[in-house]
Design a protein around this ligand. Sequence first.
Ligand code: ATP
Ligand code: MG
Length: 253
Amino acid sequence: MNKIITIANQKGGVGKTTTAVNLAASLAATKRKVLLIDLDPQGNASTAAGISNKNPLTLYNHYFNNNEINECIYQTSDLYSVIPGGEELIALEVAIRNDNKQGFLQESLKSLSGVYDYTLIDTPPTLNQLTIEGLVCASGTLIPLQCEYYSLEGVTGLMNTIKILSEKNLASNRVLGIIRTMVDMRNNLAKEVSGELEKHFSNLVFNTLIPRNVKLAEAPSHGVSGIKYMPNSYGAKAYLALAGELIRRVENG
Ligand SMILES: Nc1ncnc2c1ncn2[C@@H]1O[C@H](COP(=O)(O)OP(=O)(O)OP(=O)(O)O)[C@@H](O)[C@H]1O
Ligand SMILES: [Mg+2]
């Protein structure tokens, strides 16, 4: 089994990367083999994964320089593997569009199909070709969102894109779930929006709430996940619980 899951939301700063890194670490902690792909030119997931190489091989090298995808895979101290991202992915985005190579990532990942249990893909805060590459190769999408007034803006667009890709048989992706991130239940608006989400997306919203927790924000500067940095923190425990919920959703049908 290699379950490919893309983490997406066009809105910036909603916790995509934090979710990608901490879910990767949590799934790896359950002895599952995990690959994290950083599809964001910001390269935040690569930093958070502790990639020390200043110029690691990325999907750019795989596309332009014929490097094997295996050469772009690095190990992390959190026991998952990562294909780093970085600025050069901007050029990759343009090339995939100009060369009409949509599905490039899907094709590339075929050679890894027996290797991992889970492949998680972190995407940039836009619906560009890199995000589309992630959506096309995934069988499921996770949507992190903050419980704020404008939090649903963009999510409908994302869900429509996933639907259109499926209808055109360009993907067999479906929304696996919505994750409420940076939750502070002392905030009345957060409570209200959280309740609305439960009402409107009852089958999609994960029960686990990810609290606002400073340990999750500190961990990336140490190049590790929150799970490794402070395993007893509320943030780490929440992501471990979320991984449990995800496993039940994915592996029990
Ligand atoms: N649960 C949390 N508690 C505290 N801080 C958090 C939490 N989740 C994320 N953050 C912080 O919020 C900021 C945005 O989070 P993150 O980078 O994960 O969002 P993103 O959606 O990947 O952003 P972008 O759209 O720029 O890629 C970061 O500084 C991160 O450390
Ligand atoms: Mg990010």
